[in-house]
Design a protein around this ligand. Sequence first.
Ligand code: PMP
Length: 443
Amino acid sequence: NGNRERSAQLYEEALQHIVGGVNSPSRSFKAVGGGAPVFMKRGQGAYFWDVDDNRYIDYLAAYGPIIVGHAHPHVTEAICRAAADGTLYGTPTEHENTFAKMLKEAIPSLDKVRFVNSGTEAVMSTIRVARAYTGRNKIIKFAGCYHGHSDLVLVAAGSGPSTLGIPDSAGIPVGIAQEVITVPYNDLAALEAALQRWGSETAAVMVEPIVGNFGMVMPEPGFLEGLCRLTRSHGALVIYDEVISAFRFHYGTVQTYACGAFPDFAAIEPDLTALGKIIGGGLPIGAYGGKRDIMERVAPLGPAYQAGTMAGNPASIQAGIACLETLRQPGVYERLEALATRLADGLAERARRHGVPLTINRIGGAFSTHFCNHPIRNYDDAQKADGEQFARFFRLMLDQGICLAPSKYEAWFLTIAHTEADIEETLLAADRAFDSMGAEGTR
Ligand code: PMP
C-alpha cells in the first residue's frame, strides 16, 4: 500500500480549498509526521479502499460509530428507505418515538431524551440543562477527557491542583474557561479538593465513565461511585459523556455495564447522559437525557432553550434504529470481545518478543496501544507514551494495509465485520512493524 499518489494529489488540491485539507483536525497526519492523509473512496465491512485502489483493514471505524462495519445491509436499507420518503420534515415522526423507547430500554437512567446532531451538541446541551437546573455556573471535568469542541469543555487544567481552567483553543474567552475546573482522572482526592473549593458554585461534574480519549482507560474500583457521592454531596449533577462508550462494550452504557472486576457500575446512575457516535449508525447524531425533573427544564416545557433544524431527522434516526437492532442480536458483543482479545494479546506478545515497550488497555471490543512500559490510568501517563514510536508504527502498519487513527491517544475499534483472518493479517503486519522498530532501537 505504499503507492498513494492519488491521495497526495487530492491532498494538494484540498489544501487550496479546505482549511488544512481536512474537515476535522484529527484526520490530519500532523501528529504522525505530517504529509497527505489517505483519501478513501469506498468502505465495505471491515475494509476500505483508497483512491489508489489500496485495500485497508479498518480499525479506525470512523472514530467509533462504524461498529457494525461499513455499508451494513440492514443500516444501508434503512437509510435508503428514509431517503426515499424524504430526508427532512421539520415535524415529529413516529421513528423518533421508537428510537427514544429503544434508548430508554437500554439505559434506565433516561426518563426523557432529546435528539441532537452530534456529540458536541449533546454535551453542550447537558451543560445548559445542568446550569439551568442548579442555578450554578461552574463545571468540573477531567484532564484529557474530550467532550467535543464547545467553549466550555475545550479547557485544560490550570497551573496547579484546584485552579481554574485555561482555554485549550484560541477564541475561547478566559472568562468562560474560568468556569471550568480540570482535575486528573482516577483521582478522587483531587476531585474532593476541587469540590471543597468550588462545590457551591458547581453545576455539574462531567466525566467519560470509561475513557476513550487518551486511550481506553478504566475507572479504578470506587472512582465512579466516589465521584457520584462527592458530587451529589455538594448539590451538583453528575453528567456521563457516553458518546464513545454507549453500545461499545455491551448493549447499553457504562452505567449498565457489569464486567468482571467492575460489578459496581450498575449501582451508579448519572443525572444526565450525553450520547452520539454508534447510536447514529454512521449518520450524524447526538442525544442527551436523564432524570425527568431535570430534563423537564428544557424548552418547550422549561426555560432552558435547545433546538435543532436537523435534530431527529428521519435518516439518522432510522440508521440508528437499524444499527442498534443489529447490535441487539445474541453473541455480538461476545464476538467483538473475542476478536479484540485475540488481537490485543497477539500484539502484546509480538511487541514483547521484539523488545518494543507496549501497554495495551483492552475493554470489550476496543483497546489502546501506548508505546511505553508504565500503566495508563490518567492523561499524564498517556502523554508520557512515546509519540514517535507510535508514528513509526502507524506508518509501517498503513503501508501494509492496516488503518489506525493517526494519534497515539486513539483506540482500535473492532467491528462485527472483522474476521479471524483479518486479525491474523494484522498480527503479521504488526510483527514486521515491531521487527523493524526493535531493530532500530538496538542500533
Ligand atoms: N464526547 C466524547 C467522549 C467524544 O469522544 C466525542 C468525539 N470524539 C465527542 C464528545 C464529540 O462528538 P462529535 O465529534 O460528534 O461532536
